[in-house]
Design a protein. Structure first.
Length: 176
């Protein structure tokens, strides 16, 4: 487990955006067969929570955290990592502070209960996977014989969903 945080401003023009990234070095390869889908659902839960901000602040952060010229998914889950992405308007120190607060909270203070899991599952899935289409024939052919085949980052949760097991996975792999 590990975290990599990056925050930078593209140097082209004063109107450029500030990019904030949090990479968690945990993806679907850390899941057992019984935990399939956990690495995908945890970011979904995170996107439905306010991360230490009030609900209006969190909503505003995510609305302004997407670059309309180069939209990127808010979260990308792969086999070995999870990447949270925010692209903030320049000269908005308040948003930068909120982004850092939010990312710090989701990396250690995420609330996982049956209610939060059900809320996340009923909300729009804004979490992307890398590769984008893990079921694509050529990708599956390339993985033939690989351990990656049993650890699809797009795998749905097994039913019934046990929030306590998701919480345990979060604490083991995603909690600092």
């Amino acid at each position: 487990m590990g975290y990599i945080g990056k925050c930078w401003r593209r140097p082209s023009a004063p109107s450029d955006r500030i990019e904030v990234r949090l990479q968690v070095n945990t993806g679907s390869l850390t899941e057992s067969t019984q935990q399939s889908g956990f690495s995908h659902v945890i970011p979904r839960i995170a996107l439905t929570q306010s991360g230490g901000l009030d609900a209006a602040q969190a909503r505003s952060l995510w609305q302004q955290g997407v670059d309309p010229k180069r939209p990127m998914p808010p979260v990308i889950v792969s086999y070995d990592s999870t990447l949270y992405n925010l692209s903030l308007p320049n000269n908005r120190n308040d948003l930068l502070k909120e982004a850092l607060t939010y990312l710090a909270n989701i990396s250690g203070k995420l609330t996982i209960t049956p209610v939060t899991v059900n809320h996340a599952l009923s909300s729009e899935d804004m979490v992307a996977t890398w590769p984008a289409d893990t079921k694509e024939g050529w990708w599956r052919y390339r993985l033939k014989g690989s351990a990656l085949l049993g650890h699809d980052p797009a795998e749905p949760l097994k039913q019934p969903v046990d929030a306590a097991k998701i919480q345990s996975f979060y604490e083991k792999w995603l909690h600092p």
